[in-house]
Design a protein around this ligand. Sequence first.
Ligand code: PHB
Length: 388
Amino acid sequence: MLRREILAIAALSFLPSVVSAQDTVKIGLILPMTGQQASTGKQIDAAVKLYQAQNGTTVAGKKIEVILKDDTSVPDVTKRLAQELVVNDKVAFLAGFGLTPSALATAPIATQAKVVQVVMAAGTSSITEASPFIVRTSFTLAQSSVPMAEWAFKNGIKKVVTLVSDFGPGIDAEKSFSDKFKADGGAIAEALRVPLRNPDFSPFLQKVADAKPDALFVFVPSGAGAQFIKQFVERGLDKSGIRLIATGDVTDDDQLNGMGDVVVGVINTHNYSANHDSAFNKIYVEAFKKANGNLRPNFMSVGGYDGMHLIYEALKKTKGATDGEKLIAAMKGMAWESPRGPISIDADTRDIVQNIYVRKVEKVGGELYNVEFATIPNVKDPVKAAKK
Ligand code: PHB
């Protein structure tokens, strides 16, 4: 045998592993699977698995492999995991991000490595500005808070106390609600900020009782709503005549049914309800529950499900190419139907455009649901829209 042929055969014997590595596209999915934000991790992980069960694990001839990592919602851990996923696993996508600080801590890695970062949960407006490689499939707090302020003033509420978790999305919720409510002619009696970690709402609720507003506007992150409602009742605020209004993070489908009848009638605004009336959502809820021991999907789950759709469709457009710039270009302007309704990715901001629904908590078939009764279509992030 000629030396050339020997070398060719030797090279060929290496080929299968090389080809299989190139034929696999890896997604590093970083979520809080334990700790205070664990429900977000559980919901998104379940939605990602459901998407792959329904749509397969091959796209544009490539095998899609999801690598799940638990960041316990500690941003330093998120960052380290993102670095390892990029350097060691050579992921083409970083995805997940249960809390704003985790998404922000990862942004410089996405920029440096030119890896697309799909934010499936976190909701602070500024996140998409932290890297040109970030795209969001969740929501922003301003998207829900502005319509809540508008509804409140139109419905006779003139004086409000705001109560939010003291970090990015809470500050956004407070500011966007207050700005709109005051512009319409309402008054903010007090703006209360509660620590994110292990919150005790009692002292803050005492201040609310003393201020005697027409309504209390609340944002707490997914997973903290039940604790808030418990203390709201313990302080007797449910019988105080002060109306509770909120972003849908509070009346979260993940916990709503356990909150009790005290939340019946609470008006809130958000992007997704498990009760959303569409054929696609009915299929989604049924399949999600079936695969997860009857767990009801919440708004975090659709961020994960749609994030996977965005990744799959972008790969189809690039014909399997994993160049970050090409993938982001493919994602810009993409529009599709989600279980929450029609959604798209704003081509300028890479942020999500979606309907926001005004909902009322009601009993449906013996269970508590957020029942949508008004729709504000195609809402862009109001914070970014105001900057233009
Ligand atoms: C966030 O960290 O941005 C966040 C987390 C949970 C929510 C909303 C926003 O429900």
